[in-house]
Structure formats: structure tokens, C-alpha cells
Design a binder for this molecule. Structure first.
Ligand code: SF4
Length: 443
């Protein structure tokens, strides 16, 4: 039997999609498989009081804001100290219990899905222990790095390779995604929010700062098995975790979801076609909130980012969504290379002017990542020097120097100075940027 493992640490708000997808594919093709979400196992043992609160929270946002701020501070400190323990060659907290949850299943192989780099440390410690016990180890996922590749026996790139690893190569069947391997009552939400994916990757793949799509092919999954899976689950809340979907497809999804009478949310790019009529249709299908890649209020920066949007269209998209009862969560990225202070302020002004149509602002400062168009052609973005510093268990940290514009430190400082203005935009507690499932459940 192969055991699929989802290691700590990430937000324990929903069952892991990656594992559910692999589990369903293995089952559909007759492979013997089990699955364990060690992330929720860790969090429910370590934070039972937070679990209790988040499973029962009502719309009392003052209390929610206090508890969630405490949760985020506590977990940040704990994750950091545990990661340091692993870097120092020690085992992290609750390690024996987590290891036992794997060993008691007596798998011939343990396959780890590592979606976030924040899972790399705990995964590393578990992989090391499993190897010592003679259990074959397999890794895959966006968060895989060199240190993990060095310690695991196999690094696989996709579901097909995992099926082949399990001896299933021919006449493969598409499995209907199923979350039955998880105890859905454990997650830190008052109702279950199912993560679902309807496509392989982003359809657009052009933003200069992004690697989410991994340059893989955009494929749309058939919708009827997804609809069936939602029906079978009897759950009423769905978070579409697709990187980015075109309007035509989102309308097809809306038409497939409408009879289900569910509430759902998704991530989109604010382009011109999203008008009032579109949001009326989407709203009627149960769409409650959209996470928008707004990024900037400056057209020069949006063009440089190759975002394919402009401030005027973004403004009308946010208004049309708001007017039709959709909640708008806006991703904002400050400090894109060559961004000036004036352009930073242009974004602040844009947000202030559109505050009526913004429900939550999720801001970050640009960070350079390997594999992005900026990394590959830095001079086109004013970057004169890239400085990489090796780290023990993560990929190298990357800093850069640019010929003009704000440095990352300047942008961070400015963001701090405008924190009050940014906080004022939020109609929901800020922590719902981490627990976006809570926002869906609050609408
Ligand atoms: S930022 Fe979003 S829209 Fe742009 S390439 Fe990445 S996933 Fe696609």
C-alpha cells in the first residue's frame, strides 16, 4: 500500500486538494492507497482551543480579529522555531506522533505532496526518519526543493508518474475527486469548504513575476465529474483554487454549479469583459467572492508586469462585482522593480478611490523568484544585479539591485507607513486573507 502524506505547516482550513486528487486517481486505477493529512493532525493536537473557536465562530468580527491575530502570531513563532529545530538536525514538535501516523499504516512507500515551501522543513525530518526505517519515499509538488530531492528516493512530476510508480500505466481511468480519506470535521472552519480545481494551470501565463503555472499546458477538466463530486460530498461551500480562469470558462462553471445551490469563490484577473450582466449570472450561480489579481493602480507598472489589465478596467470590474453583491478581495503588489514613490502613491489613491468596492486588500512587497520572466531577463525590468544566498533547507534567498525606483526595503517601509489607510479598506478582518474560507462562510 502507498500512503499519501500532506506534511505540516500550512493553514488548516480545508482538506488538501493535491492529496485528494492523487488518492482518487490511484483508487480509480486499482492501486492500493491511503492518505493522511499530517498538517491537520499537527494543528488539532497543538492548537485545540483555536480549533474550537474557529469551528464555532459567528460574525462577531472584533473577537474574531483578536483571536485570529493571536493565532497568526502564535503559529508564526511556532513554525519558525520548529523549522530551526529541523535545520539544527533535531526533530520538530509532535514528531513521534506524526511519524507513528505513517508507520502504523505499514506502507511500502510514503508519497509526500509538498505544495508550499513552508512544508519543506517538517517534510525533510519525516523523509529522513522514513529512509532510516527502510520505507521508500516519494516527493512531488510546487514546494519541492533541492534538499528534499536529495533526501527522497524518488521525485515525481505528476499524477501519471505516480500511477506508473504504482505499476498502473495502461487504460488509465479518470478518478472522481473524493475527500473521504479525511475527517472533514477536523478543519478550522465552522463548515467544510472544499477546494476544487477545474483546470491544470493558469490560462494566461504572462505575468512577469509569476511561476505558478510552471509553463505547463492549460487544460480544462470535464465539469460533470466535479459536479458529481460536490454532490456526493453533500458539502455546500467550494473554493475554486484554479490559478486563473478565462471568462468563458467561469460562465460554464457557473452554469454547472447553479443547480447545486452552493456558495463558491474563485481567483480571477480583472479584465474588461467582467461586466454587470456577467456578475448577475455568476451571483445567481452562488459565486460569493472573487480574489482579484489587481496588483497596482499604476498603468505603467501594470504594463511592465504584463498583467494585461489597466486601472480604468479594474475600477469598473470591481464596481460591477460589488453592485451585484460579490465580495472583492484584491491582491496588491508594491515595489515592483522600477516602481517609484509616486507610483506607489498612485496605487494607494486607487485603493482609496475604490474603497467602496473593495472588501479586503491583501498586500505584499515584490520578491524576485527563479524561473520568472523577470529573473530570466532582469535588465528589461531595470535590475542590474541578482544576489543569491544559499540556505540550508530552502532554495536560495534572492535579492536584487535595480537601476531606479524603490528598493524592497523602501517599499516595505512605505507599506508600513500606509498600514492604517490599507487597514481601513477592509470590511472583513484582515486575517481572512489567510483564512479566505472564513470569508466565504461569512458572506
Ligand atoms: S499572476 Fe495569475 S494571471 Fe498572472 S500568470 Fe500568474 S497565475 Fe496567471
Amino acid at each position: 500500500m502507498i500512503l499519501l502524506v500532506y506534511p505540516p505547516f500550512c493553514t488548516p482550513a480545508s482538506p488538501p486538494y493535491s492529496i485528494a486528487k492523487l488518492y482518487s486517481a490511484l483508487k480509480a486505477n486499482g492501486a492500493e492507497a491511503k492518505a493522511v493529512d499530517l498538517n491537520i493532525e499537527f494543528h488539532k493536537r497543538k492548537y485545540p482551543l483555536f480549533q474550537k473557536y474557529f469551528q464555532a465562530f459567528q460574525k462577531q468580527y472584533e473577537k474574531y480579529a483578536d483571536v485570529s491575530a493571536d493565532y497568526l502570531k502564535t503559529t508564526k513563532e511556532d513554525y519558525t522555531s520548529n523549522n530551526k529545530m529541523v535545520s539544527a538536525g533535531k526533530n520538530p514538535e509532535l514528531f513521534d506522533e506524526m511519524l507513528e501516523l505513517i508507520l502504523k499504516e505499514k506502507p511500502y512507500a510514503a508519497a509526500f505532496s509538498i505544495v508550499y515551501s513552508s512544508q519543506a522543513f517538517y517534510a525533510f525530518a519525516l523523509l529522513k526518519a522514513l529512509k532510516e526505517k527502510g520505507i521508500k519515499t516519494v516527493i512531488g509538488g510546487h514546494g519541492v526543493n533541492t534538499a528534499l530531492k536529495d533526501i527522497a528516493d524518488f521525485h515525481l512530476n505528476n499524477e501519471m508518474e505516480l500511477l506508473a510508480f504504482c505499476g498502473k500505466k495502461e487504460n488509465l481511468k479518470e478518478g472522481m475527486i473524493d475527500f473521504s480519506a479525511f475527517n472533514l470535521n477536523d478543519y478550522f472552519t465552522p463548515s467544510v469548504v472544499l477546494p476544487m480545481k477545474t483546470s491544470s494551470t493558469c490560462y494566461y501565463q504572462q505575468c512577469a513575476f509569476c511561476t505558478h503555472h510552471n509553463k505547463s499546458k492549460y487544460l480544462e477538466f470535464p465539469l460533470s465529474p466535479i459536479v458529481e463530486a460536490i454532490k456526493n460530498s453533500k458539502q455546500k461551500h467550494v473554493f475554486l483554487i484554479d490559478d486563473m480562469l478565462p471568462k468563458k470558462r467561469i460562465l460554464e462553471i457557473a452554469s454547472a454549479f447553479k443547480p447545486l445551490k452552493i456558495s463558491w469563490m474563485c481567483q480571477l484577473k480583472p479584465t474588461k469583459g467582467y461586466d454587470a450582466e456577467t456578475f448577475r449570472i455568476l451571483g445567481e450561480s452562488g459565486l460569493k467572492a472573487v480574489v482579484w489579481g489587481v496588483e497596482s493602480g499604476s498603468d505603467r507598472i501594470l504594463t511592465l508586469m504584463k498583467k494585461g489589465t489597466n486601472a480604468k478596467d479594474v475600477k469598473s470590474v470591481l464596481k460591477a462585482a460589488h453592485d451585484n453583491g460579490i465580495k472583492n478581495i484584491c491582491y496588491i503588489m508594491f515595489g515592483f522593480p522600477t516602481e517609484t514613490k509616486e507610483e506607489f502613491l498612485q496605487t494607494i489613491e486607487f485603493l482609496k478611490r475604490n474603497s467602496e468596492n473593495i472588501d479586503l486588500a491583501s498586500t505584499s512587497v515584490f520578491g524576485l523568484q527563479k524561473g520568472t520572466p523577470i529573473y530570466e531577463t532582469p535588465s528589461a525590468f531595470g535590475i542590474t544585479k541578482i544576489i543569491e544566498t544559499e540556505r540550508t533547507l530552502l532554495g536560495p534567498s534572492i535579492k536584487y539591485e535595480a537601476s531606479r525606483g524603490l528598493s524592497q526595503e523602501d517599499a516595505e517601509e512605505l507599506r508600513k507607513n500606509y498600514r492604517k489607510t490599507l487597514d481601513k479598506l477592509n470590511k472583513y478582518p484582515k486575517a481572512m486573507n489567510f483564512f479566505r474560507e472564513h470569508l466565504l462562510l461569512s458572506v
